[in-house]
Design a protein around this ligand. Structure first.
Ligand code: DC
Length: 227
């Protein structure tokens, strides 16, 4: 099986670029952030404080997280309910960032991620895919962009959805999540030693996809790519 790991900070455009690249490769696209978001959603729904690690760890016993891959992309289920839409709020983003710093949560989600890569050719995106989950991935890419550019893109996206927010607020949110994600003790957000760093500050989505495909082609010349 082939595995491509794409890690990087929030809002770097990982998911859009990874989704498009996976189609060109015929690999399944696994968005691992959705798993942490789903655990975060459960804690919010059940008013479990994410500062209390033991309570969060105990609650994991009551959670079943599943993924399904459909033509329109990945769907995530929390105890049988499709929560793919519900997990896309700023509140759940913060909750995901908080629960992802808890070792029991990372362990809980580890096997699911690994088993997907054992059974399929995957393009998996997250924060620790190249460093922890799939250290033997044949291709590792660290996709990043400046915090300002990421905030600008996020504002635009929310505006298009009819939910405008202040740029300063989004930038602050991104900086806070970056800090939280890269300073946690377990699986912090750092590029793997053998990752190719791809800065997308000055390229659009199409450009980012092309650059990903070129990196993949260089490392895996045998894979057929629909450029
Ligand atoms: O990619 P995302 O924004 O949906 O991720 C939500 C949160 O989950 C993010 O703050 C960091 C965490 N996360 C993680 O710790 N490890 C991963 N492999 C994916 C996400």
């Amino acid at each position: 099986m082939y595995a491509i790991a794409i890690d990087g900070p929030a809002g770097a455009g990982k998911s859009s670029a990874a989704k498009a690249a996976s189609r060109k490769l015929g690999f399944i696209y696994v968005d691992t952030g959705a798993l942490y978001r789903t655990v975060g959603l459960y804690m919010l729904q059940n008013e479990i404080s994410m500062q209390e690690q033991e309570k969060v760890a105990a609650a994991l016993r009551d959670i079943q997280v599943e993924l399904a891959f459909r033509p329109d992309g990945q769907h995530v289920f929390l105890n049988g309910e499709d929560v793919s839409e519900k997990i896309r709020t700023p509140q759940v983003s913060m909750a995901a960032s908080s629960v992802s710093a808890i070792p029991a949560v990372r362990e809980f989600l580890f096997d699911l991620q690994l088993s997907l890569a054992e059974k399929n050719n995957v393009l998996m995106d997250g924060r620790d895919i190249g460093t922890v989950v799939l250290p033997n991935a044949q291709v590792k890419i660290f996709l990043t962009a400046s915090a300002e550019e990421r905030a600008r893109r996020r504002c635009l996206e929310l505006e298009q959805k009819g939910q405008p927010v202040a740029y300063e607020e989004v930038l602050e949110d991104i900086r806070q999540r970056d800090y939280q994600d890269s300073h946690r003790e377990i699986a912090p957000l750092v590029p793997a030693k053998d990752a190719v760093i791809l800065d997308t500050s000055d390229c659009d989505l199409e450009g980012a996809v092309q650059r990903i495909l070129e990196i993949v082609h260089k490392k895996l010349p045998n894979i057929k790519i629909d450029f």
